[in-house]
Design a protein around this ligand. Structure first.
Ligand code: AP5
Length: 215
């Protein structure tokens, strides 16, 4: 299965990608996670990306395209992958098309998760992530058993720096301007399937699974 999860910040791409990864044993390729890892490790790429990420802007195309090209060639992508947060611009989508052609691979589907703006803001302001194992929670929709503590490993739950309301609204504007044209792009390629992301997480997952069965 070779899949793109498309959708605005907070649509549930990461949540759904993790559920699919567990089910199918194929990797989630999240450019956001890879970039946050590089920032944490203070690599040259991370230091370049940090200012863009903190401002809610997109990291330059050449940086993220390079990341994904390298990642897709790794052995664990042999039987499939889930792209989460990539592509995000038309030039990224064009570069992905060329990369997949070179690798002799075709996408099965592009799933666009549709969620109302105010629900996105509520999801992102309430999101918490384990600083140890990376598991995601939500203070209202998916709360940990003990506040501030990860159910899985006992690590501390933290809030992402770009999950402050002002930055969230900037990220949503960037999505509308630079990423939403990809909906039409993949519709024209005959790959786009829209899924109602306002539903409960498990219902969203069921709907994605039925899309994949039909693909
Ligand atoms: P990235 O990490 O990709 O962030 P994003 O796209 O803004 O998406 P999020 O991770 O915020 O949201 P999500 O859709 O994964 O939602 P989640 O499942 O966590 O990118 C961060 C930054 O990196 C960018 O701003 C940019 O600077 C840079 N970057 C990354 N990729 C790039 C690229 N390709 N090009 C250039 N720059 C790039 O869910 C959110 C919350 O809601 C969670 O708490 C969850 O528990 C909850 N939730 C999920 N589903 C539901 C549901 N159905 N009902 C209720 N709550 C739900």
């Amino acid at each position: 299965m070779k899949l793109i999860l498309l959708g605005p910040p907070g649509a549930g791409k990461g949540t759904q990608a993790k559920m699919l990864t567990e089910r199918f044993g194929i990797p989630q390729i999240s450019t956001g996670d890879i970039l946050r890892g590089a920032v944490k490790d203070a690599t040259p790429m991370g230091m370049k990306a940090k200012a863009y990420m903190d401002a809610g802007a997109l990291v330059p195309d050449d940086v993220v395209v390079g990341i994904v090209q390298e990642r897709l060639q790794q052995d664990d992508c042999g039987s499939g992958f889930i792209l989460d947060g990539f592509p995000r611009t038309v030039p990224q989508a064009d570069a992905l098309k060329v990369t997949l052609q070179d690798l002799g691979k075709d996408l099965d589907a592009v799933i666009s998760l549709e969620v109302d703006t105010e629900a996105l803001v509520e999801r992102l302001t309430g999101r918490r992530t384990c600083c140890n194992c990376g598991r995601g929670f939500h203070v209202k929709f998916d709360p940990p058993v003990s506040p501030g503590v990860c159910n899985a490993c006992g690590g501390e739950l933290i809030q992402r720096e770009d999950d402050q309301e002002e930055t969230i609204r900037k990220r949503l504007e960037v999505y509308r301007e630079q990423t939403s044209p990809l909906i039409q792009y993949y519709r024209e390629e005959g790959l786009l399937v829209e899924v109602d992301g306002m539903q409960d997480m498990n219902r969203v997952q069921d709907q994605i699974l039925s899309v994949l069965r039909a693909a």
